[in-house]
Design a protein around this ligand. Structure first.
Ligand SMILES: [Zn+2]
Length: 186
């Protein structure tokens, strides 16, 4: 689903699998980034949607994970395997992904196990610019829903686009949510 000239939604309950959170594709000239990867149940549909949006000479160089939860990250390893992109996450959520922590990643909520996922680039500070193609995507640490939740922004097509994803919650002890952090992040 095309949103602006260089922004598409490529995964979500109506596009891929009912358990997939929304995933977005951002093109910045000669390269593109994928924001979140869905749960991995409908990788073929996700890849087909990316292929419809981008010409074959434009690579997806980065998979930016807003946070560790399974409906956003379960498809990450398959996406990297198919596209050869680097996976980016905040270090606090990267720890749960690399450990294959099925509780903290909410995989157990979906009746699944989280396979340990290596993170190629870990965001450590409150804000970091990630160069993609001709431009950059800003990552902001916005903890609360999970300890390492990120919000991304990008300036494209004459607008600033913000990807908030699960900044709204829910908050739950098994997700290591923190209400004080959550309110500050909002
Ligand atoms: Zn979540």
């Amino acid at each position: 689903m095309q949103i602006t000239q260089n922004l598409w939604q490529v995964a979500g309950p109506e596009l891929t699998s009912p358990e997939d959170a929304a995933a977005y594709l951002v093109r910045l000239g000669p390269a593109a980034a994928l924001i979140d990867a869905g749960c991995g149940e409908a990788i073929r549909d996700l890849l087909a949607n990316i292929g419809r949006a981008l010409p074959p000479e434009v690579p997806v160089t980065h998979l930016l994970l807003t946070h560790c939860h399974f409906d956003h990250s379960g498809g990450a390893e398959a996406v990297r395997g198919h596209l050869g992109c680097r996976i980016v996450a905040h270090q606090l959520d990267a720890a749960f992904l690399e450990a294959g922590d099925s509780a903290a990643t909410a995989a157990s909520w979906y009746g699944r196990r989280m396979t340990p996922l290596r993170i190629d680039l870990k965001i450590e500070g409150p804000q970091q610019a990630i160069p993609v193609g001709h431009g950059e995507i800003q990552a902001y640490h916005c903890p609360g829903h999970s300890p390492g939740s990120l919000v991304f922004t990008v300036d494209i097509d004459g607008q600033k686009i913000l990807f908030g994803q699960d900044i709204h919650g829910p908050l739950h002890p098994s997700l290591r949510s923190n209400r004080t952090d959550y309110l500050r992040s909002l």
